[in-house]
Design a binder for this molecule. Structure first.
Ligand code: DHB
Length: 472
């Protein structure tokens, strides 16, 4: 009995990685009065030497039209982009996604259903995650890359254009989506991919959609305190698993004197980091911060917040309770970042990511096969309160951060809800600025009133996807 569960949930190790030998099953669903017929190829183990086939599997869905030489929305079997959503939350192990309704937001069709209805081929890969001994960093990104290699190696055998892979993810999954884009084909991953028996192909992708990416973990603690220093009351999740998919119960508290002290030191680290990146905004202005944490970089975030607020105002929302905004005659004329931070409130205690007691999900992410949890910053290590604490290998820490690579991917769409307090707004701002400075096309916005979540604007997401994949 005790083995039946794992037997049921695992899948046989494949003899080869040849998609043409698989047979799919014909299925349909209804969406907005339209019947969508598609073939489902599920639980494809995408590497030859998997370590956990509960997660190292991919579901591939192909519109039936492409088996009949028909087109959908202007796409054909040759030209249809491959939508590549991951379902990672909290850096936990994740399953391969399916077309289904989102029960949590009122039975709306999920991104996979919408993608299929618009003629995309969909490939959703599961990935190992932090709670399994073999799922610690960099396992999840290695798995997603292996799945991309499978698609590229099978480009001729499969409908969809593997040169048009569009990744999507939210939160930890958004961080992995961004990382998949920036680290495309980076040589550092080669040994890990070879060890898994990944298909021989490159793993660059065409475009990235990332919702509220929890990336740049090495600098996320300093960024958080730069934003929230002085905001000592918090509403923290009552469980350590900060997965956007789990219903959030918040408990109130106040930072201890020690947390307040740590906040002050972390805040001080942030300007030097921002200044060292030598970023410019689209107008060519250098993005900097002074020792107090003020400067053009902060102003840039204020401008983004003003744009978000203006859009909400123009759509008829009442913003009169937003005390951090200055509005005159229907125009947002100023946003005060410090007042904004107080208004939205602190959600994490200091340090937000590398817990001094090794209690966060991220500490778990940077563990290894033998050690459950580790620090991943010098600061966390220096202020450690846990027994026998270790610092993770700097080479591995580096592999999890989308900021650490020169992106071969040209297109990015980054969305972070204006109400998101899971990481500082500085984190996505720096990512967007760095990508723009690398010459990439970045569509970045902070949609008004939106909390830590994703896939809430699928019409706009697929309008962007269509535009980038069909422009000449
Ligand atoms: C997620 C949220 C967090 O606050 C975090 O630290 C890591 C992951 C998530 O929702 O995936």
């Amino acid at each position: 009995m005790s083995t039946s569960k794992s037997t049921l949930s695992t899948h046989p190790v494949p003899q080869n990685l040849d998609f043409s030998q698989l047979s799919g099953s014909l299925k349909t669903f209804e969406i907005n009065g339209q019947t969508v017929s598609y073939r489902a190829f599920e639980n494809i183990v995408y590497v030859l030497k998997p370590t956990d086939t509960r997660y190292q599997v991919m579901n591939i869905y192909i519109p039936e039209a492409y088996f009949k030489n028909q087109s959908v929305d202007g796409f054909t079997a040759q030209t249809a982009p491959i939508f590549f959503p991951n379902d990672v939350g909290g850096y936990m192990p994740s399953q391969a996604g399916k077309p289904e309704l989102n029960q949590r937001d009122g039975n709306t069709p999920n991104a996979i259903m919408v993608a299929l209805s618009k003629g995309y081929v969909v490939a959703s890969a599961g990935a190992r995650g932090r709670t399994e001994a073999n799922g610690r960093a960099p396992a999840a990104i290695v798995d997603l890359k292996a799945a991309v290699r499978y698609l590229k190696a099978n480009d001729k055998n499969m409908a969809g254009d593997a040169n048009k892979i569009i990744s999507n993810g939210t939160s930890a999954g958004g961080a992995l989506s961004a990382l998949l884009g920036t680290s495309g084909n980076a040589v550092e991953f080669e040994p890990y991919l070879q060890a898994l028996g990944a298909a021989k192909a490159n793993d660059t992708i065409f475009a990235v959609s990332a919702y509220c990416p929890i990336t740049n973990l090495e600098h996320a603690d300093a960024a958080y305190e730069w934003q929230f220093n002085g905001v000592n009351d918090y509403e923290k999740m009552d469980i350590s698993m900060l997965d956007y998919k789990v219903e959030r119960k918040l408990v109130k508290g106040t930072q201890t004197p020690e947390q307040i002290r740590l906040s002050g030191s972390l805040k001080q680290q942030f300007p030097a980091y921002v200044n060292a990146l030598k970023l410019k905004n689209p107008q060519g202005i250098a993005m900097t911060l002074d020792a107090q944490g003020n400067g053009t970089f902060k102003k840039q975030i204020e401008i983004m917040l003003m744009q978000s607020a203006q859009k909400a105002l123009d759509a008829g929302k009442d913003l009169s309770n937003q005390t951090w905004l200055t509005i005159q005659n229907g125009k947002v004329i100023a946003a005060d970042f410090n007042a904004y931070a107080k208004f939205v409130g602190r959600q994490k205690t200091t340090p937000a990511f590398d817990g001094v007691d090794l209690s966060t999900g991220e500490n778990n992410l940077f563990g290894d096969e033998n050690v459950d949890k580790k620090h991943f910053t010098q600061f966390g290590m220096a202020n450690n309160t846990a027994a026998n604490a270790q610092l993770a290998d700097s080479k591995i820490i580096r592999l999890m951060n989308a900021m650490n690579f020169q992106s071969p991917t040209a297109y990015y769409r980054i969305r972070v809800g204006e109400n998101d307090r899971d990481t500082s707004l500085a984190i996505s701002q720096l990512l967007a600025l760095q990508l723009k400075n690398q010459g990439k096309l970045v569509d970045y916005a902070l949609p008004w009133g939106v909390p830590h979540s994703g896939d809430y604007d699928l019409d706009e997401l697929f309008a962007w996807a269509k535009q980038i994949s069909t422009q000449k």
